[in-house]
Design a protein around this ligand. Sequence first.
Ligand code: SF4
Length: 476
Amino acid sequence: MKQETKEYQYDWILWTIIENASVTHDGSVKEYESLLTLIPHFREALDEIIRQGEAGICLMKLMARYLKRCLTAHDEGRKVAFTTFCFSTPVLYAFDVVPIVVEAMTVLGTFIFKRGTGEFLDYCSEVGFTETSCSSQRGALGAYLAGLGVRPDFIVCDSPGICDTNANSYAFASAYLDIPFFQLNHPPTLADERARRYHQADFRCLVSFLEEQTKKTLDIDRLREVLEEVRKQDELICELTEFQRLTPSPVPNIFNLFLYSGTFLMSGTSDFTELLELMLERVRENAARGVAGSRSGGERVRGFFSYIDHYTTDLRFWRWLESREIAHLGCILSSFWQEDAIYAAGRTEAAYAVRTDSVDAMIDSLAAQMSRMPMVKSIRGPYDAPHMWLDDTMLFTRLLKADFVAYIGTMGCRNTWGMVKLLARDLERRGIPTLILYADAFDDRIQSWEAVTDRIGEFLHLRGLTSGEPGLVSSG
Ligand code: SF4
């Protein structure tokens, strides 16, 4: 790693940039526009978020607050846990533990830094971790392994079988940093009694681990408060998803990103409820006007992203979709399987419900929620088994009236690389045009962003879905 890269703490840089960005809109419009000219490297990403109005401004402020909490946790007497996006945060907030969600820290780096997180990715390999692992962890992990971030007190993660490279990253970090480690497990099925009992017992072991690490017993009143907040959030998320069924979809594409990043970082906090309420306000307005959530208000084609999104610098993925008026109808990361979700109708055994009437009910609700987190739910067993990847992708495609499905992953997504061609074949047999992209969502060195857009444009053109030409907005 270059000496200059080591000069500043990675998480501190992210916080200072986002903290400053979050107040750019506090002044007049003229001040804001003049300021954009002074930040050429971050201008497009900032403006893409801020132009979403109250919701965008709120997101920036919440991200700044979240990052500050990570930086100041130890000074304020809180423990810090390293964790993963597929680990649901409410149990950590109930223990007043600050979660550092490693993949989210990577994404912040790829969005903000023109150079991406390549040096940190490579640093992981320099200290002995495999380069074929997932780049979503390695991007930020390299900085933490190099001591360029808050030192976590312990690690909690899940999904050893769902994503071995994800789980290995945390196991490696635990050994390298010499900190305690707890990993939730899972059976290969989801909706049967054996799986349910397994998750509930496993989750109780997690609670014991957290009690041991924090030297606190679980505060039942606090847990109930957090879960009540989750319940409110679930209702709002279900309503948002419902709106995505409309043609045109009134949900701005980037709200998918707001939705899942908020859930990964802040589920169970009142901050996230506020963000969701503001997002819904905007979506309701668009729906009332009968316009799409895009900048132009138009929608030419509808896509469902069957796995993850692309996190190249400057939010170019989102801006490019907008410029082509391609509606983004969500991805695996934006499906959480609340009992009232449109996609859970008739499939209640695959969904979770939040119950707060007893301690056991609360813990069981958390166990059920955790086992339905993105990927944990649907990549655990054979791709074509009930409630698994193919089943869910077909369900979302039909419900949301998607014209096509696209797959984006990372070099480390071995579980899905092993089955994505079969998934694509099965979708195509059912008449759903499906594109497999060979890019790495977090590392442009694998395939350039330009190559990715060429592939998507070519696919849409050849399949007669759109000409692939720019729409009303210039591309990024
Ligand atoms: S499934 Fe892919 S993107 Fe997700 S954590 Fe695993 S390797 Fe990373």
